[in-house]
Design a protein around this ligand. Structure first.
Ligand SMILES: Nc1ncnc2c1ncn2[C@@H]1O[C@H](COP(=O)(O)OP(=O)(O)OP(=O)(O)O)[C@@H](O)[C@H]1O
Length: 310
Protein backbone atom coordinates (compact mmCIF):
# COMPACT_ATOMS: atom_id res chain seq x y z
CA UNK A 1 0.00 0.00 0.00
CA UNK A 2 1.17 3.49 -0.85
CA UNK A 3 2.19 5.84 1.91
CA UNK A 4 2.25 8.75 -0.50
CA UNK A 5 -0.05 11.75 -0.53
CA UNK A 6 -3.73 11.41 0.19
CA UNK A 7 -6.21 11.03 -2.67
CA UNK A 8 -9.10 11.97 -0.42
CA UNK A 9 -9.18 13.93 2.83
CA UNK A 10 -12.43 14.56 4.60
CA UNK A 11 -12.88 16.44 7.84
CA UNK A 12 -16.08 17.13 9.71
CA UNK A 13 -18.26 16.23 6.73
CA UNK A 14 -21.93 16.86 7.38
CA UNK A 15 -25.09 16.41 5.37
CA UNK A 16 -28.63 17.12 6.46
CA UNK A 17 -31.95 16.85 4.69
CA UNK A 18 -34.13 19.32 6.58
CA UNK A 19 -33.80 18.38 10.23
CA UNK A 20 -32.57 14.87 9.37
CA UNK A 21 -28.79 14.73 9.84
CA UNK A 22 -27.57 11.95 7.54
CA UNK A 23 -23.82 12.53 7.97
CA UNK A 24 -22.81 13.78 11.35
CA UNK A 25 -19.14 14.80 11.14
CA UNK A 26 -17.07 12.31 9.15
CA UNK A 27 -13.25 12.30 8.99
CA UNK A 28 -11.36 10.20 6.44
CA UNK A 29 -7.91 10.00 4.88
CA UNK A 30 -7.43 7.78 1.87
CA UNK A 31 -3.86 7.40 0.56
CA UNK A 32 -3.23 7.46 -3.17
CA UNK A 33 -2.97 4.00 -4.72
CA UNK A 34 -4.94 2.22 -2.03
CA UNK A 35 -8.30 0.48 -1.85
CA UNK A 36 -10.64 1.91 0.73
CA UNK A 37 -13.98 0.40 1.64
CA UNK A 38 -16.91 2.10 3.31
CA UNK A 39 -19.29 -0.32 5.03
CA UNK A 40 -22.49 0.21 6.89
CA UNK A 41 -26.03 -1.05 7.26
CA UNK A 42 -28.82 0.18 4.97
CA UNK A 43 -29.45 3.87 5.43
CA UNK A 44 -26.12 4.51 7.17
CA UNK A 45 -25.14 7.19 4.66
CA UNK A 46 -22.75 5.36 2.28
CA UNK A 47 -24.43 6.47 -0.92
CA UNK A 48 -24.72 10.01 0.41
CA UNK A 49 -20.97 10.04 1.14
CA UNK A 50 -20.12 8.76 -2.35
CA UNK A 51 -22.48 11.24 -3.97
CA UNK A 52 -20.82 14.12 -2.12
CA UNK A 53 -17.26 12.98 -2.85
CA UNK A 54 -18.07 12.45 -6.53
CA UNK A 55 -19.61 15.97 -6.81
CA UNK A 56 -23.19 14.79 -7.41
CA UNK A 57 -24.61 16.50 -4.34
CA UNK A 58 -23.34 19.24 -2.02
CA UNK A 59 -22.29 18.78 1.58
CA UNK A 60 -23.92 20.81 4.36
CA UNK A 61 -20.61 21.31 6.16
CA UNK A 62 -17.00 20.19 6.50
CA UNK A 63 -13.85 20.21 4.37
CA UNK A 64 -13.13 17.80 1.52
CA UNK A 65 -10.24 17.54 -0.92
CA UNK A 66 -10.21 15.00 -3.75
CA UNK A 67 -7.13 14.46 -5.93
CA UNK A 68 -5.61 17.61 -4.44
CA UNK A 69 -8.59 19.83 -5.27
CA UNK A 70 -10.93 21.50 -2.84
CA UNK A 71 -14.28 19.88 -3.54
CA UNK A 72 -16.42 22.97 -2.88
CA UNK A 73 -14.18 25.37 -4.82
CA UNK A 74 -13.08 23.15 -7.73
CA UNK A 75 -15.75 20.54 -8.48
CA UNK A 76 -14.83 20.49 -12.19
CA UNK A 77 -11.21 19.60 -11.42
CA UNK A 78 -12.43 16.85 -9.09
CA UNK A 79 -14.78 15.54 -11.78
CA UNK A 80 -11.93 15.35 -14.29
CA UNK A 81 -9.88 13.16 -11.93
CA UNK A 82 -12.51 10.61 -10.98
CA UNK A 83 -14.55 7.78 -12.48
CA UNK A 84 -17.77 6.35 -11.11
CA UNK A 85 -19.13 2.90 -11.86
CA UNK A 86 -21.88 0.81 -10.41
CA UNK A 87 -25.57 1.15 -10.00
CA UNK A 88 -25.89 3.82 -12.69
CA UNK A 89 -24.11 1.91 -15.41
CA UNK A 90 -23.16 3.85 -18.53
CA UNK A 91 -23.35 0.73 -20.74
CA UNK A 92 -25.76 1.03 -23.69
CA UNK A 93 -27.23 -2.42 -24.36
CA UNK A 94 -28.02 -1.65 -28.00
CA UNK A 95 -24.37 -0.98 -28.80
CA UNK A 96 -21.59 -3.55 -28.98
CA UNK A 97 -18.84 -3.55 -26.37
CA UNK A 98 -16.49 -1.95 -28.86
CA UNK A 99 -19.01 0.75 -29.82
CA UNK A 100 -19.65 1.56 -26.17
CA UNK A 101 -15.93 2.06 -25.64
CA UNK A 102 -15.52 4.16 -28.78
CA UNK A 103 -18.43 6.33 -27.76
CA UNK A 104 -16.74 6.88 -24.43
CA UNK A 105 -13.48 7.71 -26.22
CA UNK A 106 -15.38 10.29 -28.31
CA UNK A 107 -16.82 11.83 -25.17
CA UNK A 108 -13.28 12.18 -23.88
CA UNK A 109 -12.24 13.65 -27.26
CA UNK A 110 -9.49 11.10 -27.84
CA UNK A 111 -9.70 11.38 -31.63
CA UNK A 112 -10.48 8.54 -34.04
CA UNK A 113 -7.27 6.55 -34.10
CA UNK A 114 -6.39 7.01 -30.44
CA UNK A 115 -9.96 6.15 -29.53
CA UNK A 116 -9.87 2.91 -31.52
CA UNK A 117 -6.53 1.95 -30.07
CA UNK A 118 -7.74 2.63 -26.54
CA UNK A 119 -10.92 0.59 -27.15
CA UNK A 120 -8.87 -2.36 -28.45
CA UNK A 121 -6.49 -2.24 -25.50
CA UNK A 122 -9.30 -2.11 -22.97
CA UNK A 123 -11.27 -4.92 -24.63
CA UNK A 124 -8.15 -7.06 -24.46
CA UNK A 125 -7.37 -6.15 -20.92
CA UNK A 126 -10.88 -6.70 -19.60
CA UNK A 127 -11.15 -10.02 -21.43
CA UNK A 128 -13.86 -8.83 -23.81
CA UNK A 129 -12.12 -9.16 -27.19
CA UNK A 130 -14.15 -12.21 -28.20
CA UNK A 131 -17.40 -10.39 -27.40
CA UNK A 132 -16.31 -7.01 -28.79
CA UNK A 133 -18.74 -7.11 -31.74
CA UNK A 134 -21.70 -8.40 -29.78
CA UNK A 135 -24.41 -6.19 -28.38
CA UNK A 136 -23.88 -5.46 -24.71
CA UNK A 137 -27.46 -6.58 -24.02
CA UNK A 138 -26.29 -10.16 -24.72
CA UNK A 139 -23.46 -9.96 -22.15
CA UNK A 140 -23.50 -11.86 -18.86
CA UNK A 141 -23.58 -9.86 -15.61
CA UNK A 142 -19.83 -10.25 -15.17
CA UNK A 143 -19.06 -9.11 -18.74
CA UNK A 144 -21.31 -6.10 -18.33
CA UNK A 145 -19.50 -5.05 -15.14
CA UNK A 146 -16.15 -5.46 -16.87
CA UNK A 147 -17.33 -3.34 -19.80
CA UNK A 148 -18.62 -0.70 -17.40
CA UNK A 149 -15.26 -0.57 -15.65
CA UNK A 150 -13.40 -0.53 -18.99
CA UNK A 151 -15.52 2.46 -20.04
CA UNK A 152 -14.59 4.25 -16.84
CA UNK A 153 -10.91 3.60 -17.58
CA UNK A 154 -11.14 5.41 -20.96
CA UNK A 155 -10.88 8.70 -19.05
CA UNK A 156 -7.72 7.58 -17.17
CA UNK A 157 -9.22 8.37 -13.76
CA UNK A 158 -6.91 8.59 -10.76
CA UNK A 159 -9.74 7.66 -8.43
CA UNK A 160 -12.63 5.29 -9.07
CA UNK A 161 -15.78 5.03 -7.00
CA UNK A 162 -16.81 1.40 -7.28
CA UNK A 163 -20.35 0.95 -6.10
CA UNK A 164 -21.19 -2.68 -5.32
CA UNK A 165 -19.06 -4.05 -8.18
CA UNK A 166 -19.98 -7.70 -7.74
CA UNK A 167 -23.57 -7.68 -6.49
CA UNK A 168 -25.41 -10.52 -8.18
CA UNK A 169 -22.32 -12.11 -9.75
CA UNK A 170 -21.47 -15.79 -9.35
CA UNK A 171 -18.35 -16.69 -7.34
CA UNK A 172 -16.12 -17.13 -10.39
CA UNK A 173 -17.11 -13.78 -11.95
CA UNK A 174 -16.68 -12.16 -8.56
CA UNK A 175 -13.13 -13.46 -8.25
CA UNK A 176 -12.32 -12.32 -11.77
CA UNK A 177 -13.60 -8.82 -10.90
CA UNK A 178 -11.46 -8.77 -7.75
CA UNK A 179 -8.41 -9.64 -9.88
CA UNK A 180 -9.17 -6.75 -12.23
CA UNK A 181 -9.61 -4.29 -9.38
CA UNK A 182 -6.30 -5.34 -7.81
CA UNK A 183 -4.58 -4.91 -11.17
CA UNK A 184 -5.96 -1.38 -11.59
CA UNK A 185 -4.29 -0.49 -8.32
CA UNK A 186 -0.99 -2.30 -8.85
CA UNK A 187 -0.49 -1.36 -12.51
CA UNK A 188 -2.40 1.85 -13.08
CA UNK A 189 -1.90 3.22 -9.55
CA UNK A 190 -5.61 3.99 -9.37
CA UNK A 191 -7.16 4.66 -5.97
CA UNK A 192 -10.38 2.77 -5.31
CA UNK A 193 -13.27 3.85 -3.12
CA UNK A 194 -15.39 0.73 -2.73
CA UNK A 195 -18.86 0.32 -1.35
CA UNK A 196 -20.11 -3.21 -0.99
CA UNK A 197 -22.63 -5.28 0.89
CA UNK A 198 -20.23 -8.21 0.94
CA UNK A 199 -17.97 -8.04 3.94
CA UNK A 200 -15.84 -10.74 2.37
CA UNK A 201 -15.26 -8.44 -0.57
CA UNK A 202 -13.98 -5.66 1.67
CA UNK A 203 -11.85 -8.21 3.51
CA UNK A 204 -10.36 -9.45 0.23
CA UNK A 205 -9.76 -6.11 -1.45
CA UNK A 206 -9.54 -3.21 0.94
CA UNK A 207 -6.34 -1.88 2.51
CA UNK A 208 -8.48 0.01 4.97
CA UNK A 209 -12.12 -0.22 5.95
CA UNK A 210 -14.39 2.27 7.68
CA UNK A 211 -17.70 1.32 9.21
CA UNK A 212 -20.42 3.91 9.04
CA UNK A 213 -23.38 3.79 11.38
CA UNK A 214 -25.97 6.45 12.05
CA UNK A 215 -23.97 9.03 10.08
CA UNK A 216 -20.71 8.51 12.00
CA UNK A 217 -17.61 6.42 11.47
CA UNK A 218 -17.74 3.88 14.29
CA UNK A 219 -14.51 2.04 13.41
CA UNK A 220 -11.68 2.41 10.93
CA UNK A 221 -8.64 0.27 10.19
CA UNK A 222 -7.33 -2.75 8.29
CA UNK A 223 -9.54 -5.85 8.23
CA UNK A 224 -7.16 -7.43 10.78
CA UNK A 225 -7.39 -4.44 13.11
CA UNK A 226 -11.16 -4.42 12.92
CA UNK A 227 -11.36 -8.14 13.64
CA UNK A 228 -9.37 -7.59 16.81
CA UNK A 229 -12.07 -5.20 18.05
CA UNK A 230 -14.52 -7.99 18.66
CA UNK A 231 -14.10 -10.92 20.94
CA UNK A 232 -15.54 -14.11 19.59
CA UNK A 233 -12.47 -16.12 18.68
CA UNK A 234 -12.86 -19.56 20.17
CA UNK A 235 -11.75 -23.17 19.96
CA UNK A 236 -14.46 -25.76 19.66
CA UNK A 237 -13.79 -29.23 21.14
CA UNK A 238 -15.83 -32.39 20.76
CA UNK A 239 -14.88 -35.19 23.11
CA UNK A 240 -14.78 -38.91 22.40
CA UNK A 241 -16.34 -39.91 25.71
CA UNK A 242 -18.09 -38.46 28.69
CA UNK A 243 -15.21 -39.12 31.10
CA UNK A 244 -12.87 -36.96 29.03
CA UNK A 245 -15.60 -34.35 28.64
CA UNK A 246 -16.16 -34.12 32.41
CA UNK A 247 -12.44 -33.79 33.07
CA UNK A 248 -12.05 -31.06 30.46
CA UNK A 249 -15.10 -29.22 31.74
CA UNK A 250 -13.30 -28.65 35.03
CA UNK A 251 -9.91 -28.00 33.48
CA UNK A 252 -10.21 -25.72 30.45
CA UNK A 253 -12.52 -22.86 31.53
CA UNK A 254 -15.07 -23.12 28.72
CA UNK A 255 -17.29 -20.21 27.66
CA UNK A 256 -20.08 -22.56 26.74
CA UNK A 257 -20.92 -26.27 26.98
CA UNK A 258 -23.21 -28.85 25.49
CA UNK A 259 -23.47 -31.89 27.76
CA UNK A 260 -25.29 -34.01 25.21
CA UNK A 261 -23.06 -33.34 22.23
CA UNK A 262 -19.97 -33.47 24.51
CA UNK A 263 -18.72 -30.16 23.10
CA UNK A 264 -17.03 -27.23 24.79
CA UNK A 265 -16.12 -23.78 23.48
CA UNK A 266 -12.90 -22.34 24.87
CA UNK A 267 -11.91 -18.69 24.33
CA UNK A 268 -8.99 -18.22 21.95
CA UNK A 269 -6.73 -15.21 22.29
CA UNK A 270 -5.83 -15.43 18.62
CA UNK A 271 -2.20 -16.54 18.92
CA UNK A 272 -1.04 -20.14 18.87
CA UNK A 273 -0.25 -20.12 22.59
CA UNK A 274 -3.77 -20.89 23.73
CA UNK A 275 -4.18 -23.63 21.16
CA UNK A 276 -0.81 -25.22 21.99
CA UNK A 277 -1.38 -24.92 25.74
CA UNK A 278 -4.76 -26.51 25.36
CA UNK A 279 -3.63 -29.48 23.27
CA UNK A 280 -0.68 -30.10 25.60
CA UNK A 281 -3.01 -30.07 28.59
CA UNK A 282 -5.38 -32.52 26.89
CA UNK A 283 -2.45 -34.80 26.01
CA UNK A 284 -1.03 -34.70 29.51
CA UNK A 285 -4.40 -35.69 30.91
CA UNK A 286 -4.91 -38.37 28.26
CA UNK A 287 -8.21 -36.84 27.15
CA UNK A 288 -9.33 -37.97 23.72
CA UNK A 289 -10.72 -35.27 21.43
CA UNK A 290 -12.76 -36.27 18.41
CA UNK A 291 -12.91 -32.88 16.71
CA UNK A 292 -11.13 -29.57 17.22
CA UNK A 293 -11.79 -26.41 15.25
CA UNK A 294 -10.62 -22.83 15.61
CA UNK A 295 -12.99 -19.96 14.88
CA UNK A 296 -11.47 -16.52 14.30
CA UNK A 297 -13.88 -13.61 14.19
CA UNK A 298 -14.60 -12.35 10.70
CA UNK A 299 -15.82 -8.99 9.44
CA UNK A 300 -19.41 -10.17 9.86
CA UNK A 301 -18.84 -10.39 13.62
CA UNK A 302 -17.32 -6.89 13.62
CA UNK A 303 -20.10 -5.49 11.49
CA UNK A 304 -22.82 -6.92 13.72
CA UNK A 305 -21.10 -5.87 16.93
CA UNK A 306 -20.48 -2.28 15.81
CA UNK A 307 -23.62 -1.51 13.87
CA UNK A 308 -26.38 -2.90 16.04
CA UNK A 309 -29.11 -0.28 16.34
CA UNK A 310 -28.37 2.19 19.06
N1 LIG B 1 -32.74 13.15 -1.11
C1 LIG B 1 -32.97 12.77 0.16
N2 LIG B 1 -33.88 13.39 0.92
C2 LIG B 1 -34.13 13.03 2.19
N3 LIG B 1 -33.47 12.01 2.82
C3 LIG B 1 -32.55 11.35 2.12
C4 LIG B 1 -32.25 11.67 0.75
N4 LIG B 1 -31.26 10.83 0.32
C5 LIG B 1 -30.97 10.01 1.36
N5 LIG B 1 -31.74 10.31 2.44
C6 LIG B 1 -31.70 9.64 3.75
O1 LIG B 1 -30.35 9.58 4.17
C7 LIG B 1 -30.07 8.38 4.88
C8 LIG B 1 -28.84 7.70 4.30
O2 LIG B 1 -29.09 7.26 2.99
P1 LIG B 1 -27.99 6.59 2.07
O3 LIG B 1 -28.65 6.26 0.78
O4 LIG B 1 -26.78 7.44 2.02
O5 LIG B 1 -27.66 5.28 2.88
P2 LIG B 1 -26.81 4.01 2.44
O6 LIG B 1 -25.85 3.77 3.56
O7 LIG B 1 -26.25 4.18 1.10
O8 LIG B 1 -27.92 2.87 2.44
P3 LIG B 1 -28.14 1.62 1.45
O9 LIG B 1 -27.18 0.57 1.89
O10 LIG B 1 -29.56 1.26 1.76
O11 LIG B 1 -27.95 2.11 0.05
C9 LIG B 1 -31.33 7.54 4.80
O12 LIG B 1 -32.03 7.67 6.02
C10 LIG B 1 -32.11 8.18 3.67
O13 LIG B 1 -33.49 8.04 3.89
Amino acid sequence: MSTGPDMITVSGLQKSYGSHRVLDGIDLRIPEGSIFSLLGPNGAGKTTTVQILSTLIKASGGQVTVAGHDLAAKPDSVRAAIGVTGQFSAVDGLLTGEENLRLMADLHRLGRSRGRKKARELLERFDLTAAARKRASTYSGGMRRRLDLAMTMVGNPRLIFLDEPTTGLDPRSRRSMWGIVRELVSEDKVTIFLTTQYLEEADQLADRIAMLNGGRIVAEGTAQELKRLVPGGHISLKFADSAGYQLALRGVGPISRNDEALTLLVPNSGGTTTLRGLTEWLDTNAIKVEELSVHTPDLDDVFLALTESR
